[in-house]
Design a protein around this ligand. Structure first.
Ligand code: 13P
Ligand code: SF4
Length: 310
């Protein structure tokens, strides 16, 4: 506590001095979320906050693709990431060139990119989605064939969801996976359900379809939080990053979480020290810069998401 308190105070003072806001994803450490974050939530909520932000500086405590999205939406602000190494196995699985190649194979497909993608990939896409709106947006598109990048497992979950809704679409995808969510297994769920009667299993749509099929609820980080807040199961198994479980446990100490979550090594690169350094005297690699033509091409698919999102 002795180390955290002065840093927290310094960051909050620097925020005022620089007219800065800190956007923090729910997966980062609690001292960031509760001590210095101005807005905390899932990718969709934070993108929305970024486009509304009236700030000279945005420090994005999350991963690089999220900060890139903030820069696309808020080009006049200086957008900073605490650690440039905070990648994402999904975003890093595919390049703009790869998408161009796929488009030649499926010229009639609508190109839908998950927000966990680079600006270059967004620039090649027709519409962007997040885990909070992916099913509704894909369902609304007029095209029958969808090229969905970069999450192969989420593509499987889209197929299942659309089938259940009675919607006939062909979903083709690239081969990316999330290093955190791909690891959860159906056996883990079966064993936990035997040990903990009444257990509610809550999963992110980046999990495999076998896991999603066995879960009681599947949704974005924001939707998972709402589900837990409003349900009354005796125990919860959260098949997602541990930061989310930490937030829920702080909010309601009466709820029982049985463990089983996993850490995202990239989200965990965020720290108060790095946020303070970015605010006080940013190093060149902490600043997100994008060529204007690329930014505008990438913005198009995010604007379309805001139009189509429920
Ligand atoms: P959300 O869109 O649910 O915040 O998820 C982002 C993410 O990276 C999940 O692993
Ligand atoms: Fe990327 Fe997975 Fe980490 Fe989310 S949890 S940022 S999808 S690697």
């Amino acid at each position: 506590c002795r180390e955290i308190a002065p840093l927290t105070l310094e960051i909050n003072r620097l925020k005022q001095e620089k007219n800065a806001v800190i956007l923090a994803h729910s997966y980062v450490e609690p001292e960031i979320i509760y001590g210095v974050g101005d807005f905390v939530g899932d990718s969709y909520y934070l993108s929305d906050r970024a486009r509304e932000a009236d700030a000279d500086m945005i420090v994005f405590s999350g991963v690089v693709f999220m900060a890139e999205t903030a820069k696309i939406l808020s080009p006049d602000a200086q957008v900073l990431v605490p650690d440039r190494g905070s990648g994402c196995t999904l975003a890093d699985s595919i390049t703009g060139e790869d998408v161009r190649r796929l488009k030649t194979l499926y010229p009639d497909a609508a190109v839908v990119c998950y927000i966990n993608s680079t600006a270059e990939v967004k620039a090649e896409s027709d519409v962007c989605v997040t885990s909070s709106n992916v099913y509704d947006i894909v369902a609304k598109l007029p095209e029958r064939r969808i090229l969905f990048v970069p999450d192969r497992l989420m593509a499987d979950n889209i197929r299942t969801e659309l089938r259940e809704r009675g919607i006939d679409k062909e979903i083709v995808s690239s081969d990316g996976t999330c290093v955190v969510h791909e690891e959860f297994t159906p056996d883990q769920i079966r064993e936990a359900k035997e040990l903990w009667p009444g257990l509610a299993v809550v999963a992110h749509p980046e999990c495999t379809s076998e896991v999603a099929d066995l879960a009681d609820f599947v949704g974005s980080t924001g939707a998972m939080m709402n589900y837990v807040r409003t349900s009354s199961a005796p125990y919860y198994l959260m098949l997602t990053e541990c930061g989310l479980v930490g937030r829920l446990a702080v909010e309601d100490p009466e709820k029982n979480f049985i463990g089983g979550c996993r850490l995202c090594p990239y989200m965990k690169l965020n720290s108060l020290e790095k946020i303070r350094d970015a605010l006080a005297d940013p190093r060149p690699e902490q600043e997100i810069t994008l060529p204007e033509d690329l930014r505008l091409r990438a913005k198009h698919c995010i604007d379309r998401m805001f139009e189509l999102a429920p």
